[in-house]
Write a new protein. Structure first.
Length: 221
């Protein structure tokens, strides 16, 4: 299966601990040069119950080939990369099909892979309490078009988790019942966990000394 962008196929060089240049990275790792680890699309057999899960989804979801960009297995974990427009339908199938029965969405979270065209990734960790299995679904969108269908009608637990991902990364979950900020003030500008977001901050007094905010400290080399 060939990736269409959802499963990272490149291995870009990242500089510093967070991949940000000139914004006050005071981690002590500003001179670090590293490559982002990537997982290539897996080959059959995947192992464990992974083949059974993918086969069951393919049998239950008629648009499987159009919806699935790649399947990866890394560190004994299965990830199915889904095109964003299909995520809610795939989740519905994952929950309702008797051969799958992934009844619980334990987490929805975001990641920013700065430097990729579709750098904003959303991951959904699903749990089958019936079969005691886990699977991760993942979608990728660009900053210019950060729209993903909400899965709250399928998994109500995703309500606040999607709000947090919107707040921190700016991913817009279409169809969410109340997509507002959940951690930052309503009038806050920007999304603080994007990799190109300035550190900012306020000075802190500590035992008579004043520590400047992160973006005003020296940048280690």
């Amino acid at each position: 299966m060939v990736s269409g962008g959802g499963a990272p196929t490149s291995n870009p060089v990242q500089h510093g601990m967070f991949g940000v240049i000139g914004s006050g990275d005071t981690s002590g790792m500003g001179g670090l040069v590293r490559r982002r680890p990537t997982a290539a699309p897996a080959e059959r057999p995947y192992g464990s119950y992974f083949d059974e899960t993918v086969d069951a989804l393919a049998a239950a979801f008629p648009q499987f080939d159009a919806a699935v960009e790649a399947v990866t297995v890394d560190r004994d974990e299965l990830t199915i990369h889904i095109r964003p427009e299909f995520i809610a339908q795939v989740c519905q199938t994952m929950r309702d099909d008797p051969a799958l029965r992934y009844e619980f969405c334990s987490d929805v979270s975001g990641t920013d892979y700065l430097g990729e065209a579709r750098r904003l990734h959303v991951t959904y960790h699903l749990l089958s309490m019936t079969f005691r299995r886990r699977v991760r679904l993942e979608v990728a969108v660009s900053v210019d078009d950060p729209h993903v269908p909400s899965v709250t009608k399928v998994y109500p637990t995703a309500d606040w988790q999607e709000r947090e991902t919107y707040d921190m990364y700016g991913v817009i979950f279409d169809g969410h019942p109340n997509l507002t900020r959940i951690l930052m003030p309503d009038d806050w500008e920007g999304h603080p966990q994007r990799k190109d977001y300035p550190l900012g901050g306020v000075p802190v007094e500590y035992k008579g000394a004043e520590i400047p905010p992160p973006d005003e400290r020296r940048q280690y080399k």
